[in-house]
Design a protein around this ligand. Structure first.
Ligand code: GLN
Ligand code: ZN
Length: 567
């Protein structure tokens, strides 16, 4: 806070320059939707009392309502507010206050973070309600947030199923929608015909949903008995070593996948190449004496796209890229319809990998919440229902794996935390259905099937109870960069299941030494007992090269053995 005044002074000079250029200015303040405290709001008042006098100024919030801030901002000299009426329906509670003030409002009415066509008639109705409070002269229309969250255009999408394409609207199309809506709202023009509805339901999925029972989300045996069974079945040493799933995705591997996708090589050649990669990977893991092996995920371009491509209810664009972080982009699946699993998705690869070794081979699945959170999800039904459908598909995969003898199965929930609502009041609801979806996908596991899960980037302190309730036998987490700070919470709450806190950071090519990892493992032992700990890197290795991966894992196993000798 000691920086607040100097920072504000910088904004003052910046606005003075912009004003001299004749600009109107929009300040983005999205954090105002995250339950601001009275103190936050007092700072807001100080800032905009000052800045609002310098130039015509707008304040933009999105992804939720910002009523607390609105009530402050109407008493500052700003020109207007950008409000999200798509994700922040509750902004309507401020309409009266806004109407009585002199503020302009830019109404976020077209969803800027999803790809489905707008229901223009419904939007027009919302706008007319708003106009009931605020005169049209003070209103303008907008997307609900920046369009950077959606792909650029549908114009070049030539391979999409026309029925699915009919449902879609990317950034360019959203601008057209905005223009139609604007002409209807301000100019009383007719909206024109709305597209007919493509059928999104699958009777078989609906029938299965109607058969769900509350017991389906509960594992049949308590953890203590499952742990006993796992000891008998796997007979692992203390501090078992493993990895999070993926091994380096080299240029060669990517090329083979691409050639197969383009039809340039036969399925037989493709499968042989993948099997060779799996064989090398298994051999390597055996050679360094890892305890629990993985097949390496070479067949997967992406942990969500791979599953989406095999499930019904998903479609894929050719060019629908959006920024993920930095210069990385992803092409999120388009989850438009009821989800089902026409055939097993990972079974063949896991069985092949298991056939190469007598050590346990971990099956590797992406969990329902992560598939949901990293896709563009249909908005014609609650997300929770869509999550349930995905969970059933994953559940079938878990069951197929265990029946075929794969008794250790990791269900990754890398993006579990990303789905948390911005407003505290909505958290409990999300936690409930996200948890139930995970449980629905894993509770089919028998007593002697060990369920692992993995989470990235997670600050666990405030969600530890939910993690506990996920009832995974083993959870691996990303803690290597925070030392033991994150791990302590597991001890504090008396967490009973096993935990694999990442012992080194895979986000860097640096190879940690044996000594360094030994020290890290000993530090872990100060927090949790040895029979509760697993040793693994902190995330998948797909972005790393082989040389550093080999060296780091070799050191990790050596460090573990050194520690074991002293236990
Ligand atoms: N199993 C995945 C992998 O190893 C998990 C990736 C992730 O946590 N984001 O790549
Ligand atoms: Zn991870």
């Amino acid at each position: 806070m000691s920086l607040y005044d100097p920072l504000l002074a910088q904004y003052v000079s910046l606005l003075e320059v912009l004003k001299s250029l004749g600009a109107e200015i929009v300040m983005h303040e999205p954090s105002l939707v995250c339950d601001p405290t009275p103190y936050d709001l007092s700072l807001l008042k100080i800032a905009y009392d000052r800045l609002g006098t310098l130039a015509p100024l707008w304040v933009a919030t999105y992804f939720e309502h910002s009523n607390e801030a609105t009530n402050v901002l109407v008493h500052t000299p700003i020109k207007g507010l950008y409000l999200d009426f798509v994700h922040g329906e509750k902004n309507s509670e401020s309409l009266e206050v806004l109407g009585k003030s002199d503020k302009h409002v830019s109404v976020g009415i077209i969803n800027g973070r999803n790809v489905w066509k707008n229901d223009l008639s419904a939007s027009l109705k919302t706008l007319n309600t708003i106009a009931h409070y605020i005169p049209k002269e003070r209103l303008s229309l907008n997307s609900s947030c920046s369009l950077q969250h959606v792909p650029y255009t549908l114009r070049h999408e030539t391979t999409l199923d026309p029925d699915v394409k009919m449902l879609l609207s990317f950034a360019e199309e959203k601008l057209t929608e905005l223009s139609i809506l604007s002409k209807a709202f301000f100019g009383n023009e007719k909206i024109g015909e709305q597209p007919h509805n493509t059928s999104r339901t699958d009777p078989a999925v609906q029938a299965r949903l109607s058969l769900l029972q509350s017991g389906d989300t509960k594992r049949p045996y308590p953890f203590a008995l499952r742990q006993e069974a796992a000891h008998d079945l796997f007979d692992l040493p203390l501090l078992p070593t493993t990895t999070i799933g993926s091994f380096p995705q080299t240029a060669d591997i990517r090329k083979i996948r691409q050639e197969f996708k383009k039809g340039l090589i036969s399925r037989e050649i493709y499968e042989n190449e993948m099997k060779n990669a799996i064989r090398d990977c298994v051999e390597f893991q055996e050679s360094i004496d890892l305890d629990v092996l993985v097949h390496g995920e070479f067949e997967r371009n992406d942990m969500v796209e791979y599953f989406g491509e095999q499930l019904s209810g998903f479609a894929f664009s050719s060019n629908g890229w959006v920024q993920s972080y930095g210069s990385r982009c992803v092409k999120p699946p388009l989850l438009y319809g009821d989800v089902s699993r026409p055939h097993p998705m990972t079974l063949e690869w896991s069985l092949f990998a298991q056939s190469l070794t007598t050590r346990p081979m971990k099956g590797m699945l992406t969990g329902p919440v992560t598939i949901l959170n990293w896709s563009f999800v249909r908005d014609d039904q609650p997300r929770s229902l869509t999550a349930t459908q995905i969970a059933l598909a994953i559940r079938d995969e878990v069951d197929d794996l265990q029946r075929s003898g794969i008794k250790m199965i990791q269900v990754d929930e890398a993006a579990f935390k990303e789905g948390y609502p911005l407003r505290r009041e909505k958290r409990a609801e999300y936690e409930k259905w996200a948890l139930e979806s995970f449980l629905l996908s894993t509770a089919v596991a028998e007593r002697d099937t060990q369920i692992h899960t993995h989470m990235c980037y997670s600050e666990f302190t405030d969600i530890i109870k939910t993690i506990e309730a996920m009832d995974a036998d083993v959870i691996s987490i990303e803690t290597s960069r925070s030392g033991n700070r994150l791990l302590k919470i597991f001890a504090e709450v008396g967490y009973a299941q096993e935990v694999g806190p990442g012992v080194y950071d895979i986000h860097s090519p640096r190879i940690p030494s044996v000594e360094e990892m030994e020290k890290q493992i000993r530090a872990l032992l100060e927090v949790l007992p040895a029979d509760q700990l697993w040793i693994n890197p902190d995330c998948g290795l797909k972005t790393r090269g082989w040389a550093e991966t080999k060296a780091a894992l070799e050191n990790m196993v050596k460090a573990t053995k050194r520690v074991r000798q002293t236990l």
